[in-house]
Structure formats: structure tokens, C-alpha cells
Design a protein around this ligand. Structure first.
Ligand code: NAP
Length: 312
């Protein structure tokens, strides 16, 4: 299949491209800076989804496209940018006659008061859903892998100080998932006609609290850090604390931390019927993320093995 991957330089996209290549697809990518792209794609297009007219050529002759773009690292108006980019992309993919679009969104119950970040992910789903193509949406919580900002925060909090000061969100449930499993699901959903037009929740084998995830990461890294939940710690103060302890700036940490109040667990596991890959144990995923075995090449190898095993 001729497949376009947007966000190909990002955490997910950089792992998805080598996986699609190993599965025999013809892969094109879209980036805002083609000169700096050093991945395995067959064709590299330069363009910016925020600028209508700059990226549409990348969709010519494409059967399916992955939408893996967000603007959270830029500024406070990420929701407006993500809305605009999604509208532009949806219209362009519809005009180009693309059959399928696959989007990676965030987990979270629609009935809960979702954070601005999670609401924005949901809004992009709705905008893409207005296209003429079949949209497949995968919704994930924390993705365990090196180089993922959310996991970097967990790892650095768990390893840099002997004491972790955390607000009450340490007791909120989440269902982390290994990056290999997310990539295998994304490719499996492309290759399974059953997945066209569906929305899936994706998660790992176990529901944990954020505190459990911090503790397991600390254990795997041989750190003796222990968690001290503090009764009053606002999201903004937490973000300042994260920025002080980790490499992640306040502007990026804040929307992520605001999302931690929302329980993010799988409610509908129908992806297990359509793409029944073997899930990676959390311990293995954390060990790989702390070492180098969740890099793009290793992730692609593991994802392809999983897909081969289910005969897709
Ligand atoms: N990471 C997670 O834990 C997680 C969890 C759930 C859902 N998701 C979703 O998965 C998707 C991918 O996340 P990620 O972590 O891989 O993101 P990432 O590493 O931050 O990468 C973002 C990508 O977006 C591209 N991009 C940003 N603005 C663009 C624009 N205006 N035009 C074209 N490309 C643009 C960037 O490409 P260039 O800089 O090369 O242009 C970059 O490759 C996002 O929708 C995210 O919300 C992620």
C-alpha cells in the first residue's frame, strides 16, 4: 500500500515508518523540514498542515495516511493550532480521495471533565471524522518508550531525586502501553479491513496508578526514590516542580499534568479481536525504555514479530 505518515520525525512516527517498511509498504512522509529527515521513508515531502497549500501534494496517490501531528510543544494556543491543522488535513485527504486515515488520540472518558489536552485530542478526532475517508482512531494513555515526553517525566522524576513530591494524582488509574504495542496496533489496524471506520481504546496488560508506574520505573532503574503525596499541589506548581527536576519545560509539562486528573483506562477492548497481538509486559516495556531497546529499529523489529505471529 502507498502510505503517508505525518509526524514521521516524532516519537511514534519515527518507529512507525521502519515498521511499515518491513511490512512491505511504500512509505511517504511529511515534515516541516525535509533536510533534517534521516529516516527510512521512500519519499520525503516538506509541508506544514497549518499552512493550506503547503502540504497537499504529499497526499497524491496515497491509499492511507496516518495523522500523528500535535502542536503541544509550541505554545498555549495548541488547541487552536491542532483544530486548524486537522481541518486542513481532513479537507486535503478528502479532496485527494484517500481511502483511510489513522489517528492516534488520547484515552479518557468523554463524560468526565477532560483536560484541555484531552479535549483537543477528541476535537481532532471529530474534525477528521468529517472526512470522506474511513477514519480509524486509536486512543492511548501513557506510552512507555524512550524519548516520549510523558515517559521522560516519569523516568526522570523516578531517578533524579530520593523523594518524589506528587499531588493526589498519583492515585489516579492509568493503563500504560508499550510503544511496540502501539506501533503494532497502528500497522495491524491499517492491514485489517475490519478496523476501517472504528475507534479503539488501546492499553497494556494491567491498570496501574501513576504512583505504581513511578515506583516500577524507580525499581527498574535501581533508584531508591519514594513517593510523598502532598495534599495541596496545583497543576501549575507541579509543572514548576517537574521543570526543576527534569529536562521538560513547564509549558510542555503543564498540559500533560492537567490531564493526570482524568482516569485513562481501556473501556472497550475490541481491538483485541481485530488485532490480537501479544501485549508487552509493563516490566519489559520499562526496561526497554530505560535502555536503548525502544529505539525506532528495535521497536520495528518487535512490532513486526508480533504482527507476524498473528498472521496478519
Ligand atoms: N506520545 C504519547 O504518549 C501519546 C499518547 C497518546 C496519543 N498520542 C498522540 O500521538 C500523536 C503523535 O505523538 P508523538 O508523541 O509521536 O508526537 P511528537 O513526538 O511530539 O511529534 C509530533 C510530530 O508532529 C509534527 N508536526 C507538528 N506540527 C506540525 C505541522 N504544523 N505540520 C506538519 N507536521 C507537524 C512534527 O513533525 P516535524 O517537526 O518534522 O514537522 C513531529 O513529527 C499525537 O497526535 C499525540 O497526541 C501520543
Amino acid at each position: 500500500m502507498r502510505v503517508l505518515v505525518t509526524g514521521a520525525t516524532g516519537f511514534i512516527g519515527s518507529r512507525l515508518v521502519p515498521t511499515l517498511k518491513r511490512r512491505g509498504h511504500d512509505v511517504a512522509v511529511l515534515t516541516r523540514d525535509a533536510d533534517s529527515y534521516d529516516g527510512e521513508a521512500d519519499t520525503v515531502y516538506e509541508g506544514d498542515v497549518l499552512e493550506a497549500g503547503s502540504f497537499e501534494h504529499a497526499l497524491d496517490g496515497v491509499d492511507a495516511a496516518y495523522y500523528l501531528i500535535h502542536s503541544m510543544d509550541t505554545s498555549d494556543d495548541f488547541a487552536e493550532k491542532d483544530r486548524r491543522g486537522a481541518h486542513h488535513f481532513q479537507r486535503a485527504a478528502s479532496d485527494a480521495g484517500v481511502d483511510r486515515v489513522l489517528y492516534l488520540s488520547g484515552l479518557g472518558d468523554d463524560r468526565a471533565a477532560l483536560s484541555k489536552h484531552l479535549k483537543s485530542r477528541r476535537e481532532v478526532e471529530h474534525i477528521l471524522g468529517e472526512g470522506t475517508f474511513d477514519l480509524t482512531t486509536l486512543r492511548a494513555a501513557v506510552i512507555i518508550g524512550s524519548g516520549n515526553t510523558s515517559f521522560d517525566i516519569v523516568e526522570q522524576l523516578a531517578t533524579r531525586l530520593p523523594v518524589m513530591l506528587t499531588p493526589q494524582w498519583v492515585r489516579v488509574d492509568c493503563q500504560p502501553v508499550a510503544v511496540t504495542d502501539v506501533v503494532a496496533y497502528l500497522v495491524g489496524a491499517l492491514e485489517s479491513s475490519e478496523a476501517a471506520g472504528k475507534t479503539y481504546d488501546v492499553g497494556g496488560e494491567e491498570v496501574l496508578t501513576y504512583g505504581d508506574l513511578l515506583e516500577r520505573t524507580a525499581d527498574a532503574a535501581d533508584s531508591n526514590a519514594f513517593i510523598v503525596p502532598v495534599p495541596v499541589l496545583t497543576p501549575r506548581l507541579s509543572a514548576y516542580w517537574v521543570a526543576l527536576v527534569t529536562d521538560v519545560p513547564t509549558s510542555i509539562a503543564l498540559p500533560l499534568i492537567r490531564g493526570l486528573k482524568n482516569e485513562v483506562v481501556v473501556r472497550d477492548d475490541s481491538i483485541r479481536d481485530d488485532v490480537p497481538i501479544e501485549l508487552t509486559a509493563h516490566g519489559t516495556a520499562i526496561e526497554r525504555a530505560l535502555g536503548s531497546s525502544s529505539d525506532p529499529e528495535a521497536t520495528a523489529d518487535h512490532a513486526v514479530e508480533k504482527l507476524d505471529r498473528i498472521g496478519l
